[in-house]
Design a binder for this molecule. Sequence first.
Ligand code: FEO
Length: 393
Amino acid sequence: MIARELITGVYALTAQDWDRKRFDELVPLPEGTSYNAYLVKGSDKIALIDTVHPSMAQDLVAALQQLGLPRIDYIVANHAELDHAGAIPAVLAAYPQAQVLANAKCRSLLAAELGLPREMFVLIQDNHTLSLGDRSLRFMWMPWVHWPDSTATYLEPDHILFSCDFLGAHLACSELLADDEPRVEQAARMYYAEIMMPFRKHVVRHLERLAAEDIAMIAPGHGPVHARPAFILDLYRRWAADTPQPEIVIPYISMYDSTRRMVDHLLDRLMAEGLKVQPFNVVELDSGRFASALVEASTLVFASPLVLDGPHPAMANAAFLVNALKPKVSHAAIIGSYGWGTALAENLQPLLSNLHAEWLAPVIVGGVPKEADFAALDGLAARIVQVNRAEGV
Ligand code: FEO
């Protein structure tokens, strides 16, 4: 790791985790990730904003030492999750005079996670300003993007927002700045889907607060730095807005091809109407791509055979993920084929209690779909077309 100067006296220390395949053993990382710390030199004081994953703690310390700093006065902990705070003990070992700044919630979490004594912390308040001499830091509490302690730190007079998780992207890359916007958008969208979408209302609230700020640069805790803040702010406004786009997502699974034939029929009908449709086989579900597809989708159709008297377990797993991510879909439906048990909708729909969607009539078929069943799917397709062409969708 090397320290790279963002502007005079402000350095990015980005630990690139090129090889990491999953975050929290859960979130796929097709392009790795980075953990970003930032160092700010004021005329009187020096502050380190966030640290890195504990596995890269010594890399961070070595990069700091290469800067030849006389000391570090403050370590600002925007967020207690260890991918940002896990190297605080290593930095304190190298710079023992540093004070750790955190809000009360963050302090509680860090005390539990790192075993740091509570008296070591200096508590920060929302909108509190800390002088570094010719520069100052202002702390902006931003709870639930994505933990209750989440905070952003705003540097004045340089107008840099250190946003930690908020507005970030799981993307390991050599470039310091987010100049490759299509690539960054793809990574940021998947990151938003997996990390921020469950907290969409909080995202909207914090975006409204940021709209009142003069922001020249957004320096997140993951991924490259935004020298054009409108790029990521506009994307977040679109993704978090209440109105979905006319896009249909179909998680499906089939055991004897009956459900598969139903999905194919529905797909054909929807595609013939020019709608965007994304089917996902949930047997080996790419949860990152799936989550990303849910960000702006209007309609979800769950297609599953019955196993015993309920959905296939792989579909139940996909439904659990959807329910956790809380996408803004306006309509949902269930289709599938059964052998002897018939309670597909009765046992699948309750797994999706977080969806604020209108449920369309299910199409549940005994065995192989027949003419009347395809006609029922035509009816479902017509209804999906109708609601997606209705005003506001
Ligand atoms: Fe990147 Fe919530 O940690």
